[in-house]
Design a protein around this ligand. Structure first.
Ligand SMILES: C[S@@+](CC[C@H](N)C(=O)[O-])C[C@H]1O[C@@H](n2cnc3c(N)ncnc32)[C@H](O)[C@@H]1O
Length: 312
């Protein structure tokens, strides 16, 4: 069962406290998060997680004997990397207790060897030099002090250990993703008021709940990244061999309207055919982005940034 949504007073209280806002928002989202973001633990997401990791960090060192995930959410990145054979033993952490519970439940269902703790990424609840690998996906942009989190990452890594963070929004990518998302939401929620289209409209209270979630989202999203500045942050935290990569340009132009449209209409309206269309089109555009556009378009125009580095 999903937690009841936070009250307006709770949202207001969290407005000046991004960590509290993250706990509130992600605890609320935990039970429905996989469905909302089309997260799965099958070939589709296993391939996605493995390819994102390999794109920035290569395949040397696989399998890592043990790995820690920060801001694990429901376990999307670490659990799928384990299934891909990248990691043997996994540890999940998140500032949201609800998310840690769901990640451990997912790991158990998949039969994976995973332990977990509630932990703030700025003060990681593990000893020095414990892990061969630290990973995170779509979480650095929620951390108030990213450099402090990276210093903590280096503290818990063994010398020679690697970190890999993927799925962070670039400054330019976040701008166009938001514009595309807002336009799609506006068009869908207005067009579905028209006679003949009203059965494509979600009940008003569900739309209101989504808008309230969007208000909290604005409080928890703290950063967007310039890839070159992110590299400098990792280096000043003490990392060596730092590499950054980016991906998804036309794939993001499609992906954000698709995800927003899916959130704005009743689920039963979109069947298997829609899911296949969305996935195959996204895959085809991702291939164009990687094979063609990445050669001519500057890094900072792509939507996702990925970073890796090593503890000296
Ligand atoms: C956008 S979600 C991504 C979840 C998951 N990694 C994924 O890709 O599906 C960001 C996650 O970071 C967590 N988070 C936010 N602030 C954090 C902090 N200071 N320390 C640890 N985790 C944090 C949130 O609770 C949330 O689960």
């Amino acid at each position: 069962m999903s937690k009841s949504h936070p009250t307006a007073a709770e949202v207001e209280a969290a407005r000046d406290d991004p960590k509290q806002a993250n706990i509130l928002y992600h605890d609320w989202e935990a039970d429905t998060y996989d469905e909302k973001w089309s997260i799965s633990y099958d070939e589709r997401c296993v391939t996605y997680a493995r390819d994102r990791f390999a794109h920035v960090a290569g395949t040397d060192g696989w399998p890592y004997r043990n790995a820690l995930e920060l801001g694990c959410g429901t376990g999307f990145f670490l659990l799928n990397l384990m299934q891909a054979g990248v990691i043997e033993k996994g540890y999940v952490t998140d500032i949201s207790p609800g998310m840690v519970d769901v990640a451990l439940r997912n790991a158990k269902q998949l039969g994976l060897d995973v332990s977990g703790r509630v932990s703030d990424a700025e003060t990681i609840a593990y000893d020095d030099a414990t892990f061969d690998l630290v990973v995170g996906h779509a979480m650095l942009h929620h951390i108030p002090d990213v450099e402090q989190a990276l210093r903590e990452v280096l503290r818990v890594l063994r010398p020679g250990g690697r970190f890999v963070f993927c799925g962070e929004p670039t400054k330019v990518g976040d701008w166009y993703a938001r514009k595309l998302g807002q336009a799609t939401w506006w068009a869908t929620t207005n067009l579905t008021k028209l006679p003949g289209l009203t059965d494509w409209r979600r009940p008003q209270e569900e739309l209101d709940e989504s808008s309230q979630a969007a208000a909290l989202e604005a409080v928890v999203d703290l950063h967007t990244f310039d890839p070159h500045a992110l590299r400098r942050t990792a280096e000043s935290a003490g990392a060596i061999d730092v590499e950054v990569a980016t991906d998804e340009l036309t794939a993001a132009f499609l992906g954000w309207p698709v995800r927003t449209f899916e959130a704005a209409v009743p689920k039963e309206k979109l069947g298997w055919g829609w899911a296949r269309f969305a996935y195959t089109s996204w895959k085809a555009l991702s291939a164009v982005d990687e094979k063609v556009l990445s050669r001519v378009v500057p890094k900072e125009f792509f939507y996702n940034v990925e970073i890796t580095g090593v503890k000296p």
